[in-house]
Design a protein around this ligand. Sequence first.
Ligand SMILES: [Zn+2]
Length: 231
Amino acid sequence: MSKPATSYRARMPTATVEDYLKQILREEQGQAGARVPTGRLARALAVTPGTVTSMVKTLSDDGLVDYEAYGGVHLTEEGRVLALHVLRRHRLIELFLVRTVGMDWSEVHAEAERLEHAVSDRLVELIDALLGRPEVDPHGDPIPTVDGEVGVAQHGTLAELVVGRRGRVARIVDQEPSFLRLVERLGLQPGARVKVVARDSVGDTIAIQVGRAATTSLGLRAAAKILVDRG
Ligand SMILES: [Zn+2]
């Protein structure tokens, strides 16, 4: 059966469809084209494998994913464009909530999860213009462009920074509110300058200096979740 060519704008996907596409995009990251096992998708979305299978078949009928029973799923070009638009809305909303509304960066994710399905394309474009067409959200995650382009900057982690070296915080990988509050307490938000002063391999910690503040200690596991640019 042939389907009329409809754009993502005409189709008006449901919030559930958008959440699936976004999750598949996330699981594919770093291995574009690789198939995501439906079992992994079920765990990530906290639904049963049967639910995922039937949803994925629907997405496949709509041309948004390529699905192979037992092989898993990956996004088609159309699915990828749609997923990137959801991500664009999510990240612009997060930045808007922090900068304009004054919400704390540790709590905007949950709010954006809801709003990302509700805002119109026109409102998103106005927010983008209002914020000066930003490239990253408050956590340092790149904001896809309206054409679905997304930056692929390579960053090292704070845990890997050589003693004596300085870096600039680029992105926070763990966005749990409690971790973001720790990052904030240490002054390690994106843009902050940080220097590794010493490394304690027995205690699995590094001593860091953030800006001109006093030296403090940070566990290597936490440091591995903070991405930095060298310089
Ligand atoms: Zn974010």
